[in-house]
Design a protein around this ligand. Structure first.
Ligand SMILES: [Zn+2]
Length: 99
């Protein structure tokens, strides 16, 4: 897999994963038009509740409401869009919400 983030691959993968549903209306303004930046974002993550230092991050693709700017983030590791080396344990470790 190429190391370069591809927004069109993200959109195709997201549409495939949520099928037969589609993006719901924006929870803030009710709009139904979206765009996605060509860049990927990262959200700092950490185990301490006393504060986070920038260290590990969760790479996320964004879907942005074109009416109000509300941003939804999708973890691209879950969508299988990270290079294989970046998904090894620890770097982007996660605990299932169902645990
Ligand atoms: Zn909106």
């Amino acid at each position: 897999m190429d190391d370069k983030y591809d927004a069109s691959t993200f959109i195709a993968t997201l549409n495939e994963r949520i099928r037969p549903k589609s993006m719901p209306r924006c929870p803030i303004c009710g709009g139904n038009q979206y765009t996605t930046p060509i860049q990927v974002a990262t959200i700092p993550v950490g185990a301490s509740l006393k504060g986070l230092s920038v260290g590990q991050t969760a790479p996320c693709a964004m879907v942005v409401c074109t009416k109000c700017g509300h941003v939804d983030c999708f973890a691209i590791g879950i969508l299988g869009l990270l290079p294989k080396d970046d998904t090894k344990g620890g770097q982007n470790g996660q605990v299932d919400a169902n645990d």
